[in-house]
Ligand binder design. Structure first.
Ligand code: ADP
Ligand code: RBF
Ligand code: MG
Length: 380
């Protein structure tokens, strides 16, 4: 008897979560929470953040009230916090790759549902600030439209039902653990995009864990691929940072043979939280030495498991001397890959050299080469 081959599952519909997946809601939640806690004479602490990601507002309020020992009920907390938060909805930014994903699936005719534990009116308000989003969703389901929010599967099943989709043919994109649990309970495939760094290991039930939406490859799920990758690179809206070259861990040249001219990451915390960690490339200007091609990593260097995010640009040029303290300006124009861990130092080094070759070649393409003339670099 021949065992029948399992039929490959066809994905026909995508269902996305909103907060933490498409929108950087946590950034605003944190700002508002800080302000709120000051009123209560308490100080915000980033350590509790993981406990509120993916919770319903009331659940999250309960955690905050308890953790900070606030002298109010969760309901009272909500009645003060909610209007403060609502005032800030217009300031919630799209996460990297969110616009690109929505536009792509829409242009390829793949129906996309939005399923969030937030109340429907809240979802509608949030997406109204993002051009073209509302029209892109075939269904929107809020936490107030089901009996139980995530981790119950109800919200995803309802989104599928409204799109006339079989749950088995749905792919969910989710940042939270409750959301991943809900997707699996609904019988769906799920790609996790953990919004908290270094949490990827707890997402074992997800079908795939990626670092950011930039790393989503729809073709893995039988969906139309993105068409914007060029020679192993993804063009991004350029961003610019600069500052004095500081001392890093002293291991770039010593341990890897790859010197990286570190920038003071704490000066760019707001900008860095807008961009995901990963390997990027672009142009680097040194005030006295000139403009060079550059490839860099931004993040926690998983191989070394750093506790602080660092900015590590490797200038693709042989210098005769160190240039600590010099003003270094960067135009970051493209993305290559997420930061990764490696089985050996040799494999990390080999991969960084390959990143260097990719960047070197890509920067000759007109779409990237033009940024060498950025006024920001010329005036350094
Ligand atoms: P650190 O940990 O202090 O950053 P590294 O071993 O990474 O030390 O060396 C980085 C330093 O090496 C830079 O700050 C810079 O002064 C110098 N350097 C020399 N060549 C390069 C290069 N091609 N790219 C970046 N930095 C270089
Ligand atoms: N470190 C990692 O742990 N994982 C990576 O994937 C990784 N990629 C890098 C890519 C480039 C282009 C560069 C320049 C560095 C990368 N590093 C990575 C960072 C490296 O660990 C770091 O520069 C050294 O630890 C020096 O502090
Ligand atoms: Mg360095």
């Amino acid at each position: 008897m021949t065992a029948s081959k399992p039929v490959a599952r066809m994905i026909s519909h995508v269902i996305v979560d909103l907060d933490g997946t498409l929108l950087n809601t946590d950034g605003i939640v944190t700002e508002v929470l800080k302000e709120f806690l000051i009123k209560y004479g308490k100080k915000w602490n980033s350590k509790g953040v993981h406990k509120i990601v993916g919770k319903t507002p009331l659940e999250a309020a309960t955690v905050v009230v308890e953790d900070y020992g606030l002298s109010c009920t969760p309901e009272e907390f909500m009645s003060t916090f909610t209007p403060m938060f609502s005032d800030q909805l217009c300031n919630i930014k799209a996460l990297p790759g969110a616009n690109r994903l929505i536009k792509h699936l829409r242009s390829k005719g793949v129906p996309v549902g939005l399923a969030s534990n937030s109340p429907k009116s809240n979802i509608e308000a949030k997406i109204s600030y993002h051009h073209g989003w509302k029209e892109s969703f075939a269904a929107v389901v809020g936490g107030d439209e089901v009996v139980m929010g995530k981790p119950s599967p109800e919200i995803f099943l309802e989104a599928a039902r409204r799109m006339n989709a079989d749950p088995l043919n749905c792919l969910v994109v989710e940042d939270s653990l409750p959301g991943v649990m809900a997707s699996k309970a609904a019988g769906m495939k799920v790609v996790a995009v953990p919004s908290l760094p270094k949490q990827a290991t707890s997402f074992t039930s997800a079908d795939e864990v990626i670092n950011s939406l930039l790393d989503l490859h729809p073709e893995k799920w039988g969906l139309p691929p993105f068409e914007d990758w060029i020679e192993g690179t993804l063009p991004i809206e350029p961003w610019y940072i600069g500052g004095p070259v500081i001392k890093g861990f002293g291991r770039g040249s010593k341990v890897l043979g790859i010197p990286t001219a570190n920038l003071p990451a704490e000066n760019f915390s707001a900008l860095l939280s807008e961009h995901t960690s990963g390997v990027y490339f672009g142009w680097a200007a040194l005030a006295t030495l000139g403009i060079y091609k550059m490839v860099m990593s931004i993040g926690w260097n998983p191989y070394f498991d750093n506790t602080e995010k660092t900015i590590e640009p490797w200038l693709l040029h042989e210098f005769n001397e160190d240039f600590y303290g010099e003003e270094l300006r960067l135009a970051i124009v493209g993305y290559i890959r997420p930061e990764a861990n490696f089985p050996s130092l040799e494999s990390l080094i080999a991969r960084i050299h390959e990143d260097g070759r990719i960047a070197e070649k890509a920067l000759d393409l007109p779409i990237y080469a033009c940024y060498k003339d950025s006024p920001y670099l010329q005036n350094s």
